[in-house]
Write a protein that binds this ligand. Sequence first.
Ligand code: FAD
Length: 278
Amino acid sequence: MTKRFSFEFFPPKTDAGRENLKTTRQTLNALGPDFFSVTYGAGGSTRDNTRDTILAMRSEGISVAPHLSFGGDDEATILQLLKDYQTAGVDRIVALRGDVPSGMGAARLIYASELVAFIRKHFGKAFHIEVAAYPEIHPDAKTYAEDVAYLKAKFDAGADSALTQYFYNADAYFYFVERCASIGIDQPIVPGLMPITNFQNLARFSRNCGAEIPRWISKRLEGYGDDADSVFKFGIEVVTRIGEQLLAGGAPGLHFYSMNQVEPTRTIWNNLKLSEAK
Ligand code: FAD
């Protein structure tokens, strides 16, 4: 089976960010990924920015997959957004529950499986639907088995494939895929790779999303202090190695959390010789 590769962006908020992203996507698109995905802020906070970024990329002929969650929006709003995407030629959606944004209190979050069912009900097979998967298990999950079962529910509702949260331990991914297979999940589960460029930011973010940074990696990164060059080089080495292990072990592709930057993703891509792998 051909492997598939994708790059993730977040929607920029400023004119400078938009300009930067334009250069970034054109440079990364030249590598030949299968698609780019664009995140959706918690509670729908980036709804317009995500849509504008997606439409701008479609007008340049780039394959895109908007992330989407119900957030605080009603069905009519989400339906309209999906229609706008369909009109623009979008054929892939990353369907999520999302998180409660600060200030939204105890709003009920709509599970990703419900959004998948909603998209299938209104659009049939018009979109390839990606969902999120967590090899180190979602932070809210009560048990490992329950989280895997809820991933199965997303596939049963009509999802086509999954993109994973990032991790720095390939065994966590391989074990997870085995457990998924054991309950009948046979759709592709594409591992997410997060390049390492800033240790403090990564450590904070990882605490929130339940991704573990192995002690040997955090100790090494701590030791570099403010030496950004050494952090970058070590980060590239670590993530390249994980990418090699994942592909050699049969992962169906890779999803890069690019953080809207060219260099980390391009360097890992080139180290893994992915242009030749395609
Ligand atoms: P779900 O699959 O709905 O699961 C959420 C939790 O509820 C899990 O613990 C699950 O075990 C449990 N659960 C699921 N169904 C049920 C049920 N029926 N009953 C009880 N419990 C249930 N966040 C953003 O805000 N914007 C983004 O663009 C974004 N992109 C992401 C992309 C990827 C590839 C990944 C891995 C994550 C992304 N996230 C994003 C983060 C994601 O929104 C959060 O992790 C969120 O907390 C869970 O979303 P989900 O779609 O995985 O939720």
